[in-house]
Design a binder for this molecule. Sequence first.
Ligand code: ATP
Length: 234
Amino acid sequence: MLKIDNINVYYGAIHALKGISVDVKEGEIVTLIGANGAGKSTILRTISGLLKPKTGEITFEGQNIAGKAAQDIVKMSISQVPEGRRVFANMTVMENLELGAYIRTDSKGIKEDFDQVFTRFPKLAERRSQLAGTMSGGEQQMLAMGRALMSRPRLLLLDEPSMGLAPLLVREIFSIVKDINASGTTVLLVEQNAHMALSIAHRAYVLETGRITLAGDAKELAASEDIRKAYLGG
Ligand code: ATP
């Protein structure tokens, strides 16, 4: 579905991604794990069109998307939940969700997706008139995910959904990601919580300072001695 082929991405003089290649097959959860600053978010930002690779290709369902504008990439049904949620604090839950559907005109489909989001996240239904900025971190994460789902993505890019959340909520969020995937959405998940990410993913890539150092089946990686020592606390 998605093929990232040998991309190099820079922030000015900083060479953030050094020849990265990543594949995501339809139906998978693929996770990118690695320490702070390894380049995980940069990969997501490059897929979603916020950054342009200097060299290399990104194809989505056979079409080259590298360097396309972000709004065109959303229209191809790729949607990103950014790190730190980035909900619109002064808008209500409902208004945030409506913005997620701004590229769509099929009012019947939009209505169905509102119902689905409210079924998946009952808290959002209860709080539909609340200002997003007054919600808890976990609720804002749910809202950011709901907003992304309102564009009916086929590929969902999730950037550190567990950041700053209590362990119980982290488990809830990961279980929701698993459900979203089970109902047909392909997921590319960036996480520092390698343990949780590997527990729901099919495959994983390990990043170190802009390079992929390991890749493979998530269960096999979770069992590997090197990964346990480096990322799973022994
Ligand atoms: P984290 O989990 O801390 O977000 P990450 O693996 O997602 O880490 P990136 O945010 O992709 O890492 O950063 C990769 C590298 O690019 C780092 O060296 C970082 O300092 C640098 N970088 C990221 N954003 C910028 C920016 N806007 N300007 C300059 N350098 C940046």
